[in-house]
Design a protein around this ligand. Structure first.
Ligand code: GLV
Ligand code: MN
Ligand code: MN
Length: 429
């Protein structure tokens, strides 16, 4: 158990309250009229949110700025420069019409935690940094982890010229339009070396914690993901004059592929999941046989070989459907993130912090992807979850009780205190 934990309880409570307010304020950037939040990478609402975070971090006394690709850092500098910094945060982008908490909670709680530690304890020994990653979801461009991928070196600017959003704007153009012109800075303009550890606080986005009556989740591992785009090509033709037996209908073929995906995933069983989340019919019109359809595939599993095997089996079956129907398919892999285990030592320190303040906790895996997945292979990384009401996420109905948000915030504070000010956990990294 931790020997030293923050004791200025009134101040901690004040920062917890303020954290809730800032989280609410942040949700006004990109608020959808019908409820929910949409903040896609490099759009105006995204930019406003990141700028607002810089200003709030500065008010908290953190040194804050954008990096070359649009991540925002808020630094609380430590006195011992030989100690590698500990990063804590999450992402500011959302899915289309998502909730207020996914990503935003971890970002706001991280900066408020550093603000509290500075106010209560002054300069730390080890540098602590709050980070708001520019993108994690993959909701505008067909790849994910653009922010944390740059910091860890897993993403490069070369990818930015090749990828376009549904409106045809390339990632590179979108970056430049938002004011991030990294030309001349090399392929990895935001890569960081020498990171001591990464800790991410996030909503669970599932219902395990609620079901088990636990307030805090300590993540054991993050699921692997493969994301693909499948293009199905048939023959576009007149809906009235083309007999049913003479069609090469790309949409009817895609529909069979979607159904088969669900069926094969059900047969494979948990923890495998497979989702078609987007389907587009090019030039779709009621009196035209569709000739050109694109859909996305998202496949997840905690075991890398199982995930790969399922993916290969599925794609073989989709090709068989295409062949039988006189269609062609082309698949592009946009993302392959391997499952990543979280760091045992930091996870134990999180559990110890929960025990010290009597927050009931449990260990659980994450079925959602997180920025911590990119840090896992390069530095000790860990995640703290708080309950999601009814397990709903990626939806305007996403909700976490204020008491649970504050409990997660306090847990994060306790762990960061140890790394920053020399508690027992500091020896882990
Ligand atoms: C990100 O939230 C993902 O798991 O898709
Ligand atoms: Mn998230
Ligand atoms: Mn998400």
């Amino acid at each position: 158990m931790a020997k030293r934990i923050p004791n200025s309880q009134d101040l901690l409570a004040q920062f917890g309250e303020r954290m809730l307010e800032v989280l609410e304020e942040l949700s006004s950037y990109g608020a959808d009229p019908e409820g929910g939040v949409t903040r896609l990478l490099y759009t105006e609402s995204w930019l406003q949110a990141q700028r607002a975070l810089i200003s709030k971090m500065q008010q908290l006394g953190l040194e804050s700025a954008f990096d070359a690709v649009g991540n925002v850092f808020g630094k609380l500098s430590g006195s011992q420069i030989a100690l590698k910094p500990v990063l804590t945060g999450s992402h500011v982008d959302t899915v289309k019409n998502g909730g207020k908490y996914d990503g935003a909670y971890g970002v706001v709680a991280s900066m408020m935690a550093l603000g509290y530690l500075k106010a209560a304890y002054g300069e730390p020994k080890r540098t602590l940094e709050a980070v708001s990653f520019c993108e994690e979801e993959g909701s505008r461009f067909p790849l994910a982890y653009w922010g944390s991928g740059h910091v860890t070196g897993a993403r490069s600017l070369a990818q930015a010229a090749e990828l376009a959003d549904p409106a045809g704007v390339t990632l590179l153009e979108a970056m430049r339009q938002a004011g991030f012109n990294a030309a001349g800075l090399g392929e990895h303009p935001a890569k960081r070396e020498q990171i001591g550890a990464y800790i991410e606080l996030h909503i669970e986005q599932g219902s395990v914690l609620t079901y088990r009556h636990k307030q805090i989740g300590v993540v054991t591992a993050i699921v692997g993901q493969i994301r693909l785009t499948v293009h199905v090509t048939g023959s576009s033709n007149h809906a009235g004059t083309t007999p049913m037996t003479m069609r090469r209908d790309a949409l009817a073929g895609a529909a069979e592929m979607v159904t088969l995906t669900e069926q094969m995933a059900l047969e494979a069983g948990e923890p495998l999941v497979a989702t078609v989340g987007r389907l587009e019919v090019r030039r779709g019109t009621s009196n035209v046989v569709p000739g050109d359809v694109t859909f996305t595939l998202d496949i997840r599993h905690t075991d890398e070989p199982e995930m790969r095997t399922f993916c290969v089996r599925l794609l073989t079956k989709l090709e068989e459907i295409a062949l039988r129907r006189g269609l062609t398919i082309e698949t592009v892999e946009n993302l392959h993130a391997s499952p990543v285990a979280m760091h045992e030592g930091i996870s134990a320190a999180i559990e110890a912090a929960c025990e010290a303040v009597s927050f009931p906790s449990m260990r659980l895996p994450s079925g959602a992807g997180h920025d911590a997945q990119l840090f896992g292979p390069i530095c000790p990384s860990a995640m703290i979850f708080v309950p999601s009401v009814a397990g709903i996420s990626h939806s305007p109905a996403e909700f976490t009780e204020a008491g649970d948000l504050v409990a997660g915030f306090q847990t994060l504070v306790h762990v960061l205190y140890q790394f920053g000010y020399g508690g027992e956990a500091d020896e882990i990294i």
